[in-house]
Structure formats: structure tokens, C-alpha cells
Design a protein around this ligand. Structure first.
Ligand code: NDP
Length: 304
């Protein structure tokens, strides 16, 4: 039977550690603070940001939710970020993506002070990560390493194949796996004969953004499968493609009118040695690592 890598339990353990650290910092008069910037009214972004702010409260961090209007300009956003860079009670700045089209996302991410860049998206932090110097690493990839480590899955010497090369997930995940001494292959949309490569993976990380893209034939039996994808299925046809006959999913689908599938076809999980489910695998780690990064940023900025 494959081992299920329960991200929710690992996330809870990390959050507990963060809360303990927050309590210890309070004794020294330090309260880590996060500013969350949510532009406009994208429903998914609102859910993510509100749960980040709620987690701050739960763990004892200070937070400030800033909600500029949908038609905000790049200049106004740059002014806002400059203000946050200077506010002493703010240790981490999170700008929820995607931003509206008129806002220059790269200019904005580059304007965040790298010591407050808790998403790890600033080029300085990307460079530090590449050079294997202590850095604020992007939260989802850092969460992947925590899942592997805390589940006792060896990384050193194994062949890790990462499908996806985004700056947010694929590239930093590959870099972190490399620093853990995996032999790493990065694949993307121009990769030829993808299945031949994924079948060599001891650890397969899928961060593509296509529902069930990695099929059972693309997986080596016994591999560890890390599924980063979050894809919503809202039609009966989409649902039946992956979950026909799955009673538990069916009742959830009936209740909510949709369900979520990752970038790995769930039928591939039966072949795995271990896998992260969707939902409940990689997803919960992202917020936990954001909290951990905010505390880390608070300590780094004060030289603690
Ligand atoms: P991006 O769209 O930025 O990147 C997708 C990557 O997949 C690209 O590098 C692209 O290649 C590659 N790709 C696309 N099609 C193919 C293909 N046919 N064959 C091989 N590679 C392909 O997505 P993100 O990295 O931001 O996100 C990936 C997934 O992870 C999404 O489902 C997203 O929702 C999810 N996600 C989940 C998070 C979590 O907390 N669990 C956090 C962040 C993302 P190319 O570069 O050549 O275009």
C-alpha cells in the first residue's frame, strides 16, 4: 500500500512550532508582523489571503490586510510597498497574485525589500537560494522539502524529476532538491518524450496546472509522487474522467458542485511508494511555510 503523505498533519506540526517561536520572541518584545496585500475581488485570492490573515491571528503574529481597489495603478502599488518596507512592525510583505493586468507585477515584486520578501519571489532571494545561502525560500517548494523530510523520505542521491519551471514552484523546488543532494531533472512544455523522463523519477514533483496530466504510464512503480497542482473540476464530464465510482468524492461533488484534482491522475497513486493527496497534501504547507518565513524574517531583520 502506498504511504499517504498527510500535508495537513505536517502543516499543523509546523504551525505549532511557529507559535512556540512567536511566544519566545514575545518575551524579548518582538511580535512578527505580516502585511497581506489583496487587490480587487478575485474570489480564490480572497479565500487564500483571509486564511493567511486568520492563521497569523491563530499563531500570535500581527497582521495587516490591505485591500487596494481593482483599478489601482502600478505607481500607487509601488507607493504602498515603499510604505510597508519602512514600517517597523511589518516583517513580511505578501502581495497576493495574480494582480490586475494594468499592474506591473515584476516591478512590484522587485520593489519589496528582500528582507521582508516572505514569498521568496525577489531576484535577490532567488539568487541567494541558487547560491545556497540562507534565504527566504518560496513557501510551496519549501513545504515540499518539509513533507519529504518529516515523512522520512530520503532525497540525497535519488533522481528527482520536477515537471514545471515556474519561478514560484518548479524552479525553486528543483533548487531546494538539488541542495538536498538529489540528482535533479527539470521538465517543461518543450521537453521531448516527457514520460521517458518521468518514469526515471524516484521523486516526481508535478507543478504544471493541468488536471491529471501525469498518467499512470508516466510513473515508475514505487516512486514518491508530489502533486502540487490545484485544478477545479466543476462539470460531470470532468468529474467522471477521474473519480467515476468514487462514492466519497461523489458526495463532496454533489454538495459543493465541484471538486479538486491535482496535476497527477489519481489512478497513478496506487503505483506509488508514497504520495501527497489533493486536497490535503502540498496545499496546507504553503500557509505554514509563510508563517515560518515571517518569523524568520523578523529574526533576520533584528539579527537574532
Ligand atoms: P505556471 O503556469 O506558472 O507553470 C506551469 C509549468 O508547467 C510551466 O513551466 C510549463 O512549461 C509547464 N507545463 C505546461 N504544460 C506542460 C506540458 N504539456 N508538459 C510539460 N510541462 C508543461 O504554474 P505554477 O507553477 O504557478 O503552478 C503549477 C500548479 O501548481 C498549478 O496547478 C497551481 O494551481 C498549483 N499551485 C499550487 C500551490 C499550492 O499551494 N499547493 C501554490 C502554487 C501553485 P513552460 O515553462 O514551458 O511553459
Amino acid at each position: 500500500m502506498p504511504k499517504i503523505l498527510e500535508g495537513a498533519a505536517i502543516s499543523a506540526a509546523i504551525k505549532q512550532e511557529v507559535a512556540e517561536e512567536v511566544r519566545a520572541l514575545a518575551q524579548r518584545g518582538v511580535r512578527p508582523g505580516l502585511a497581506a496585500v489583496l487587490v480587487g475581488n478575485v474570489a480564490a485570492s480572497e479565500i487564500y489571503v483571509r486564511s493567511k490573515v486568520a492563521t497569523c491571528a491563530e499563531l500570535g503574529l500581527y497582521s495587516d490586510l490591505i485591500t487596494p481597489p481593482e483599478d489601482v495603478t502600478t505607481e500607487a502599488m509601488l507607493g504602498l510597498v515603499a510604505g510597508l518596507n519602512h514600517r517597523d512592525e511589518i516583517d513580511g510583505i505578501l502581495i497576493q497574485l495574480p494582480l490586475p493586468k494594468q499592474v506591473d507585477t515584476k516591478a512590484l515584486l522587485d520593489a519589496v525589500d528582500p528582507v521582508k520578501d516572505v514569498d521568496g519571489f525577489h531576484p535577490v532571494n532567488a539568487g541567494r537560494l541558487q547560491a545556497n545561502r540562507p534565504a527566504l525560500a518560496p513557501c510551496t517548494p519549501a513545504g515540499i522539502i518539509e513533507i519529504l523530510r518529516r515523512s522520512g523520505i530520503a532525497i540525497a542521491g535519488r533522481h528527482a524529476v520536477v515537471v514545471g519551471r515556474s519561478d514560484i514552484v518548479g524552479k525553486p523546488a528543483a533548487m531546494l532538491l538539488l541542495h538536498e543532494n538529489a540528482t535533479v531533472t527539470i521538465c517543461h512544455s518543450k521537453t521531448r518524450d516527457l514520460g521517458a523522463i518521468t518514469r526515471q523519477a524516484d521523486i516526481l514533483v508535478a507543478a504544471i496546472g493541468h488536471a491529471g496530466f501525469i498518467t499512470p504510464e508516466m510513473v515508475r512503480p514505487g516512486a514518491t509522487l508530489i502533486d502540487v497542482g490545484i485544478n477545479r473540476l466543476s462539470t460531470r464530464e470532468e468529474f467522471d474522467r477521474f473519480f467515476k465510482g468514487d462514492a466519497k468524492r461523489e458526495s463532496a461533488f454533489q454538495k459543493r458542485g465541484s471538486t479538486i484534482v491535482g496535476d497527477i491522475d489519481p489512478r497513478a497513486f496506487a503505483l506509488a511508494g508514497a504520495y501527497t493527496p489533493v486536497p490535503g497534501g502540498v496545499g496546507p504547507l504553503t500557509i505554514a511555510m509563510l508563517m515560518a518565513n515571517t518569523v524568520r524574517a523578523a529574526k533576520m531583520r533584528r539579527g537574532l
